[in-house]
Design a protein around this ligand. Structure first.
Ligand SMILES: C[S@@+](CC[C@H](N)C(=O)[O-])C[C@H]1O[C@@H](n2cnc3c(N)ncnc32)[C@H](O)[C@@H]1O
Length: 367
């Protein structure tokens, strides 16, 4: 994925003009305070209204972010295989075990993860996962008591993913369908809207042997995570940072960076500057530059890739990818063209961390 289309200078200037015009009138400060104070309430209302029918399943995840998967699994998901694998996964609500994986998976597990594992159907799993499979071979929700014997959910996994702001699970379930076929993996997902977390936990494909969904406000620094720092291989941040007040974004990114293992990866996709969604706002919805509130009280920021680079750099992460994805979407029925702009980034925690956030310069990369 890359710059699928370039904007002419004229298009860029027109977009800028439209954004300037719709930002002239700012939302009153007491209302701004309310949107910030009650942010989780507005998102809860959103999920009460839309349940899990609003966002589409993020089926592009493995194409754009193969890093979600452990290295070995990634190699199997070669680009040309992904679409057929997706088609299979999407048409099948069970958790298929791919025959070719059995023997290899077992060897891999024993070599790298030691003897605390057991083979089920020729595949290696951790203790909880074995119990989940034997108690409940259909892969349905397992009892919470499974995790109580351990000090934290997923503690005996060796590859851990956290999805921040998981909403109704549109990324969680595509990921979980693959993880349930991958030994030693575990997915955490959180959202500050308790209604969204409930939707995830009550889904028929939720499986507590592979996943832990919890209510968590990433802006609240004092709130502990249900696992220690530096244990995550991947953090997924998809269309979430844009909903957070710009003054709080850096704090959120700094905290998340601490959760990553050295070498761990933060995968980011979000709205880009002058996306159609930004230009369509009417006057009176602007909170501050490039930050708006929708009619339902939820908010959205539109990033440049330099802003994204700067935030992750300040948090001590290094760029692996940082691009603007521009696409022309055409709705033939409604006869409308939409210039979509997204930022897609991958930032890695260095293996040897020499990072001191106080000393990190705030320079832009001038790319
Ligand atoms: C636009 S939705 C995206 C949902 C999901 N990531 C997806 O791509 O389908 C933004 C989500 O971020 C959550 N969110 C916003 N601020 C948050 C915060 N401070 N802590 C945790 N979750 C938050 C919202 O509740 C909402 O579910």
């Amino acid at each position: 994925m890359g710059d699928h289309m370039q904007w002419s200078q004229e298009e860029e200037e027109n977009a800028k003009k439209q954004a300037t015009e719709n930002s002239v009138v700012k939302v009153q400060s007491e209302d701004q305070d309310k949107y910030e104070r009650e942010a989780s309430k507005y998102w809860n209302e959103f999920y009460k209204t839309h349940k899990n029918n609003f966002f589409k399943d993020r089926n592009w995840l493995f194409l754009e972010f193969p890093e979600i998967l452990p290295e070995k699994k990634r190699q199997e998901f070669k680009t040309e295989e992904i679409s057929s694998e997706h088609a299979k996964i999407n048409n099948d609500n069970s958790f298929p075990l791919k025959n070719g994986m059995f023997e290899e998976g077992e060897k891999y597990w024993k070599k790298y993860y030691g003897g605390g594992s057991t083979a089920v159907q020729g595949y290696a799993y951790n203790k909880n996962q074995v119990k989940a499979l034997t108690d409940n071979p259909q892969g349905k929700t397992c009892g919470e008591e499974l995790c109580k014997v351990e000090s934290f959910p997923g503690c005996d996994a060796t590859y851990r993913i956290l999805e921040v702001g998981c909403g109704a699970g549109n990324s969680v379930f595509p990921i979980l369908k693959v993880l349930c076929n991958t030994p030693g993996t575990f997915l955490y997902c959180c959202d500050f809207a308790s209604g969204a977390v409930e939707l995830v936990k009550s889904h028929s494909s939720y499986n507590s042997a592979w996943c832990s969904a919890f209510v968590h406000d990433v802006c609240d620094d004092a709130l502990p995570y249900p696992f220690p720092d530096e244990i995550l291989d991947v953090i997924l941040l998809v269309f979430v940072l844009s909903t957070i007040h710009p003054d709080r974004m850096q704090g959120v990114v700094n905290r998340l960076a601490k959760l990553l293992k050295p070498g761990g990866m933060l995968l980011f996709r979000d709205y880009g500057r002058y996306d159609t969604a930004q230009l369509r706002f009417k006057k009176g919805h602007c909170l501050s530059e490039n930050f708006y509130v929708r009619g339902d009280g939820t908010r959205v920021y539109f990033f440049t890739k330099d802003e994204v680079w700067n935030m992750f750099n300040v948090a001590g992460l290094t760029e692996v990818q940082n691009l603007v994805d521009r696409r022309l979407q055409v709705n033939r029925k409604k006869k409308v063209k939409m210039q979509r702009v997204w930022i897609q980034s991958k930032f890695q925690k260095p293996l040897l961390s020499l990072h001191n956030p106080e000393e990190t310069s705030k320079r832009h990369p001038c790319k």
